[in-house]
Design a protein. Structure first.
Length: 109
């Protein structure tokens, strides 16, 4: 198996402005707080962000060491209101695994 610390590498680092556009909000739910016990932090991120960009953005903004990034795209539901049909937006979420000994508390921020 490959080394997890060098899995996602960028040729040049992400600018701080781009980093703040990649990381939108932390996702705080019952399931994500249980993951924080194991060093996982969940964020809503930009749809066009890659895993390497997400890793670089989290490391720059929060000054922590990231070992892995898992992403998933949640497709928006189709909703009805009277005779109007609408659609919720698509959301990309990223589960970031921190290195041993690293902590990040997004519930108090």
């Amino acid at each position: 198996m490959s080394n997890r610390t060098t899995k996602y590498q960028l040729k040049k680092p992400v600018s701080l402005e781009r980093a703040y556009t990649i990381i939108k909000t932390p996702l705080v739910t019952e399931k994500t707080t249980m993951g924080s016990e194991h060093g996982h932090v969940t964020f809503r991120v930009a749809l066009d962000a890659s895993k390497a960009e997400i890793k670089s953005a989290v490391e720059q903004i929060f000054t922590v060491k990231v070992t892995a990034v898992n992403t998933s795209i949640l497709k928006g539901k189709v909703k009805r209101f009277k005779n109007t049909v609408g659609k919720r937006i698509d959301v990309k979420k990223a589960v970031v695994t921190l290195a041993e000994g690293q902590t990040l508390d997004v519930t108090n921020s």
